[in-house]
Design a protein around this ligand. Structure first.
Ligand code: SDX
Length: 430
């Protein structure tokens, strides 16, 4: 509580409403409007632009200053000094692990990387050209069918084993969706490898020879997972929370998050960025696309630009750009035409009055696709990579909600439909 109150004078109410103002440790205060309903009013906030749906301690974003903290640690420091599984521990438990805690956590995750042998038959039901996100929505939701003995969400042990299973199996399922699409055999995990190297092994390895992993590329892959790990109450995390508030099992909740992430306005943007860069094709065509993005009569958007919260540079985009440089120079692709178009596009867009005035900066999706493409990952797998990295964020928010007291999420509406009217028999309708 802040001790402050907001006074609201409502037409027809006898007196002003006093609404409590709550303060967090950082960020804007919030007006607690729960008392409004008892006074016959709802709030109205399509897209939840001004609505805090919950209290959380996991991630803090300051959109104006381009700040992103995970449990208080700046994303830039974590990206430089930490690794994905250590950040997973941090997001789950709230503190960085000591050496023993980290080893135990990594060991448990790496011992749950295999999936039930029956799961492979789910893939056979899909066409080979099925979008891998369609496959992931299906197989992740189906995971609960294999763990009916550990789905009691009120049991802390069940919650923790579900978290480990999801964190450990997402890369396996993701790699399987890729292998299936190219008619190659599924690769079993190699638990002697680290998380990111194991993912690259399952993606690009084959049963006939030992997989050679380039450590620079594995480090880049780990950093991509890390940069996607969590992002406060974004659309897919809100979908996970809302699904979890009904008591649904964690596998169903994560499947809901995957489905929400798929949209091109959200996690699907990384795939859309690559498609758009390929459409631009040459630096000379950039002005044409900038003009379309500015044309109010054209629904065209410059993918990878803009953000609901960031009205400054997305700090993840800066780290992603550095990683892009590293990967392309490691692979001798510094002259990669798409990277050059992206760099030119960023320069032009961030100097253009329209983008400056609307505070449209590159977001996390702008450079990630170029790195993934350089790693040999096909464009339709980009959002699957995003979902794999974001799984820990979805789990952490689900766990935070379920471990505290919560109510089923049930928004209301401003109704503008018909007032009551009587049924008209079909032979008397106009
Ligand atoms: C992610 O929420 C998160 O945290 C998400 C995420 C995460 O980690 O979970 O960060 C991941 O989803 C990143 C965003 C990826 N999406 C894209 O790159 C798609 C392109 N961007 C836009 O669609 C848009 O910027 C959104 C969806 C990201 C944000 O939309 P908002 O906050 O609802 O803003 P808006 O659509 O109301 O746009 C405000 C204005 C509009 O113009 P006006 O109506 O005021 O005249 O800016 C314009 C928009 O037309 N605008 C753009 C634009 N983005 C916004 N114009 C051209 N190109 C764009 N990319």
């Amino acid at each position: 509580m802040s001790g402050k109150t907001a006074r609201l004078s409502i037409p027809g109410a006898a007196a002003e409403l006093e609404l409590p103002v709550l303060s967090g440790t950082m960020g804007p205060d919030v007006v607690d409007v729960q008392a409004l309903t008892a006074n016959g009013y709802f709030t109205y906030d399509p897209g939840f632009v001004s609505t805090a749906s919950c209290e959380s301690r996991i991630t803090y974003i300051d959109g104006d200053r381009g700040i992103l903290l995970h449990r208080g640690y700046p994303i830039e420091q974590l990206a430089e000094k930490s690794d994905y599984l250590e950040v997973c521990y941090l997001l789950m438990y709230g503190e960085l692990p000591d050496a023993g805690q980290k080893k135990r956590f990594v060991d448990v995750v790496m011992r749950h990387t295999m999936v039930h042998e029956q799961l492979q038959f789910f893939y056979r039901g899909f066409r080979r050209d099925a979008h891998p996100m369609a496959i992931m929505c299906g197989v992740v939701g189906a995971l609960s069918a294999f763990y009916h003995d550990a789905l009691n969400i009120t049991d802390e042990e069940h919650r923790e084993i579900a978290a480990f299973r999801l964190l450990a199996k997402m890369p396996t399922l993701a790699a399987m969706s890729y292998k299936y699409s190219i008619g190659m055999p599924f690769m079993y995990p190699d638990n002697t490898l680290d998380y990111a190297s194991n993912f690259l092994h399952m993606m690009f390895g084959n049963p006939c020879e030992k997989t050679k992993i380039n450590p620079v590329l594995a480090r880049a892959m780990d950093r991509i997972f890390l940069l996607h790990a969590d992002h406060e109450q974004n659309a897919s995390t809100s979908a996970v929370r809302l699904t979890g508030s009904t008591g649904a099992n964690p596998f169903a909740c994560i499947a809901a998050g995957i489905a929400a992430l798929w949209g091109p306005a959200h996690g699907g943007a990384n795939e859309a960025v690559l498609t758009q860069l390929e459409q631009i094709g040459d630096e000379s065509r950039i002005p044409e696309f900038i003009a379309r993005a500015k044309d109010k009569n054209d629904p065209f958007r410059l993918m990878g630009f803009g953000h609901r919260v960031y009205k400054n540079f997305d700090p993840r985009a800066k780290v992603m750009k550095q990683t892009c440089d590293e990967v392309l120079s490691e692979l001798g692709l510094e002259k990669d035409p798409l990277f050059r178009i992206a760099q030119k596009l960023e320069r032009i867009a961030t100097e253009d009055e329209y983008f400056v005035q609307k505070k449209l900066y590159p977001n996390v999706d702008f450079y990630s696709g170029i790195i993934l493409r350089a790693l040999g990952i096909p464009t339709n797998m980009f959002t699957v990579i995003f979902a794999t990295g974001r799984t820990i964020g979805w789990i952490a928010h689900w766990h935070e909600m379920i471990s505290a007291s919560y109510k089923i999420g049930r928004p209301r509406q401003l109704y503008t439909g018909y007032t009551p009217r009587d049924y008209v028999p079909i032979d008397r309708r106009p």
